[in-house]
Design a protein around this ligand. Structure first.
Ligand SMILES: *Cc1c(COP(=O)(O)O)cnc(C)c1O
Length: 390
């Protein structure tokens, strides 16, 4: 009999695993959205989202994947020909850039080596050279290269200028501290299938006061993604168009769990799992993709020389039941990306490291079983409370 995995572990940086209580809530009968019952659900998530985004402003919920909220950020605040600065250090930075070009913006690219974070000094220099730049577009966590960009430092630069800071926080919000109001982020977006422990299908976006002011003057065409209309509706606890009703039930449940646990505890877990994964990978002799500015959402490791990363990824999925992401473009076949955001627990990380050792051994790598998980266990154990002595 062939070896078959009994359980599956979804450890990709989106979509992420969904807890049973969220799935059950989503399975509730669909009610009509123009009812007091549904308006009550919207009123609840409206307040909870503000806490998670750490803003006093509105957080709008769109029926789209995360990219829809990125697009909403652009079309609501900018006009054709506006100069923008795009930080391009990976696939998602590239997406900002392509989108901005599609809308006829005057795009300046700030290229960043894959695996490295952008240097805020380069952003300052670009804005000094071109003070008319209307917006800086950047990822908080660049999921494709597993890097964290220094959003706080970038916000210090944009805050005092006539330049909006637009942040793709899709694998940062609910993963690590990105206090929108305190730092002075102008547009912050996220999506349901990452830290929010939900299936794909919802995107979230929040605007600062000055971004809302820009929305009044922006000339790019927008209809479905017109946030002014969404905001007017949200103030009545409803949405402009038919919302993803059942996903919003799930959102209420997931946000409830997140806020009950508390953001500091969630941030600490993601940070711990990042440190455990990195320590485990290093103990196995693997090289890290982002040595200096790692994202607490996902860890990238280079597969050993001579191993086909695509085949390794398939082996992990099909034989061991462990789903991780591979690398894209220049990282294709060379990198595995292991997530620790959302509904990922300490033991999921240990399972992953243990599966990775076994898979590597089957690919002919000289592996001493247990080194990776042991290094991770040390880090996790340090976070455990002391045992009662009596
Ligand atoms: C997943 C992801 C996106 C894309 O989101 P979709 O939901 O696939 O549209 C964008 N940016 C980052 C950083 C992501 O991780």
């Amino acid at each position: 009999m062939a070896f078959r995995p009994l359980k599956n572990y979804l450890l990709a940086p989106g979509p992420t695993a969904v807890p049973a209580e969220v799935l059950l809530r989503i399975a509730a009968p669909t009610i009509h959205h123009r009812t007091p019952q549904f308006e009550q659900v919207v009123a609840g998530v409206r307040e909870q989202l503000k806490e998670v985004f750490q803003t006093s402003g509105d957080v709008l919920v769109l029926a789209s994947s995360g990219t829809g909220a990125m697009e909403a950020g652009i079309v609501n605040t900018l006009s054709p020909g506006d100069p923008v600065l795009c930080v391009n250090g990976g696939k998602f930075g590239e997406r900002w850039m392509k989108m901005a070009r599609t809308y006829g913006l005057d795009v300046e690219e700030l290229p960043v080596e894959w695996g490295r974070a952008v240097d805020p000094a380069a952003i300052r220099a670009a804005l000094d050279r071109k003070p008319s730049t209307r917006a800086v577009l950047v990822q908080a966590s660049e999921t494709s290269t597993t890097v964290m960009h220094p959003v706080r430092e970038i916000a210090e630069i944009t805050r005092g200028r006539d330049t909006l800071l637009m942040v793709d926080g899709i694998t940062a919000v609910g993963v690590t501290d990105v206090p929108m109001d305190r730092w002075g982020i102008d547009v912050l977006v996220s999506g349901s299938q990452k830290a929010f422990m939900l299936p794909p299908g919802l995107a979230f976006i929040a605007l600062s006061d000055r971004a809302w002011a820009a929305a009044e003057k922006a000339k790019l065409p927008r209809f479905y993604l017109d946030l002014r209309r969404e905001r007017t509706n949200l103030h009545q606890n409803t949405t402009a168009y038919t919302p993803a009703i059942n996903l919003i039930y799930g959102l209420a449940q997931a946000l409830g769990s997140m806020l009950e646990e508390g953001l500091p505890s969630i941030f600490a877990r993601c940070d711990r799992l990042m440190r455990a994964t990195r320590a485990g990978a290093l103990a196995m002799g693997l090289r890290l993709v982002a040595p200096d500015a790692p994202s607490p959402a996902v860890t990238g490791v280079f597969v050993p020389e001579g191993v086909d990363g695509g085949k390794l990824q398939k082996y992990l999925r099909n034989t061991l039941g462990v789903e991780v992401a591979g690398g894209q473009d220049q990282f294709k076949g060379r990198v595995l990306r292991i997530a620790h955001l959302g509904y990922t627990g300490d033991f999921d990380t240990l399972v992953m490291l243990s599966a990775l050792e076994m898979a590597l051994s089957r690919f002919g790598v000289d592996v001493e079983f247990g080194r990776g998980p042991a290094a991770a266990q040390k880090i996790i154990a340090e976070a455990l409370p002391a045992a009662a002595k009596s």
